[in-house]
Design a protein around this ligand. Sequence first.
Ligand SMILES: Nc1ncnc2c1ncn2[C@@H]1O[C@H](COP(=O)(O)OP(=O)(O)O)[C@@H](O)[C@H]1O
Ligand SMILES: *[C@@H]1O[C@H](CO)[C@@H](O)[C@H](O)[C@H]1NC(C)=O
Ligand SMILES: *[C@@H]1O[C@H](CO)[C@@H](O)[C@H](O)[C@H]1NC(C)=O
Ligand SMILES: *[C@@H]1O[C@H](CO)[C@@H](O)[C@H](O)[C@H]1NC(C)=O
Ligand SMILES: *[C@@H]1O[C@H](CO)[C@@H](O)[C@H](O)[C@H]1NC(C)=O
Ligand SMILES: *[C@@H]1O[C@H](CO)[C@@H](O)[C@H](O)[C@H]1NC(C)=O
Length: 303
Amino acid sequence: MGEKGILLVGLACLDIINIMESFPEEDTDSRCREQHWQRGGNASNSSVVLSQLGVKCQYFGTLAKHRLSEFIKDDLDKHGVTVDNCVYHDNCTVPTSCVIVNASNGTRTILHANKNLPELKLEDFERLNPNLYSWIHFEGRNIEEVMKMISFIEKFNNEQSAKDRITISLEMEKPKANVHELIHHGDVVFMSKDYAKYFGHSTAEEAINAFHPKLKKGATLVCAWGDKGAWGSDGSDGNIYHSQAYPPDQLLDTLGAGDTFNAGVICGLNQKQRLLEALTLGCKLAGRKCGLHGFDGVATGFV
Ligand SMILES: Nc1ncnc2c1ncn2[C@@H]1O[C@H](COP(=O)(O)OP(=O)(O)O)[C@@H](O)[C@H]1O
Ligand SMILES: *[C@@H]1O[C@H](CO)[C@@H](O)[C@H](O)[C@H]1NC(C)=O
Ligand SMILES: *[C@@H]1O[C@H](CO)[C@@H](O)[C@H](O)[C@H]1NC(C)=O
Ligand SMILES: *[C@@H]1O[C@H](CO)[C@@H](O)[C@H](O)[C@H]1NC(C)=O
Ligand SMILES: *[C@@H]1O[C@H](CO)[C@@H](O)[C@H](O)[C@H]1NC(C)=O
Ligand SMILES: *[C@@H]1O[C@H](CO)[C@@H](O)[C@H](O)[C@H]1NC(C)=O
């Protein structure tokens, strides 16, 4: 059967990035300095980075049965990410994010559309063979259904010996309705700076001290903080660790830095690195990513 892989669960979308000299005026016809299409989505971004790190990984989500999905699928294929288990839906449009970048001052205006693509259901998840995975990561969306999927893995784990249990990681990104329920269920929880700030914390350490007690016993809480690097509390020894950031010579593109960081931490911990080592790998990779457009070459020199 071979080595077990990592499964990343989330939504993949099409990002159309428009770079303008200045923000367009309403009811005018303007040219972009540059326009490109790229595959997006948090979990799908992380899967591309993990694959470049040499990890066997699979993206799992719903896709529209539509020609535009081929663009998403081809990009994942190109990066060696398996998409074979994705669930296709008829008569749906592909979720898209249109981004308008005002090159004069760097603002990004994002227009997200998901007309009718259904979210993943527990039934879809139950069709997977859990024996194939050492780690499953969930994007912080579709919470109600994700909670059911986590219960499914928890049941599976209860019947396994320690070495065959699946590690569950989760992202708590936007302080939406019931995201906080997730915190009790992750072995590794990634909390965003936005989430921490929303609850009034002005540093990662403060947020970690406040939220760590809500985790299940022995779990790890990780909080990245832009150019300050990242902090994590290790549930096995109770310590808080910090890695500095590793800025590139020139900041080119920070979109997807967090997704890259998560991939680095997951990769490290999945290989049984200590938390500090994994945080450092995450920050080094994310720093590298900030000096590149997109993800190509992000892991060069790390594997
Ligand atoms: N300006 C930056 N310089 C260096 N590293 C950065 C910078 N911004 C982000 N990073 C790296 O990316 C990681 C994730 O940062 P974060 O702010 O959470 O990203 P995002 O904005 O994508 O959510 C940080 O821990 C850091 O290592
Ligand atoms: C994923 O990566 C792409 C390409 O770097 C980026 O445009 C996008 O913002 C990232 N995140 C999401 C959620 O799509
Ligand atoms: C998709 O649309 C076609 C044409 O309207 C219809 O025949 C088909 O049943 C629809 N499929 C689903 C899954 O709704
Ligand atoms: C875009 O940048 C220009 C130059 O700084 C500024 O005048 C304009 O208001 C900006 N537009 C938006 C929507 O941010
Ligand atoms: C860009 O311009 C807009 C509109 O004038 C302004 O609100 C915004 O603060 C500016 N952003 C930056 C990063 O300068
Ligand atoms: C997920 O994507 C959103 C953009 O849609 C971004 O703001 C956020 O930082 C991403 N999460 C991580 C962990 O990077």
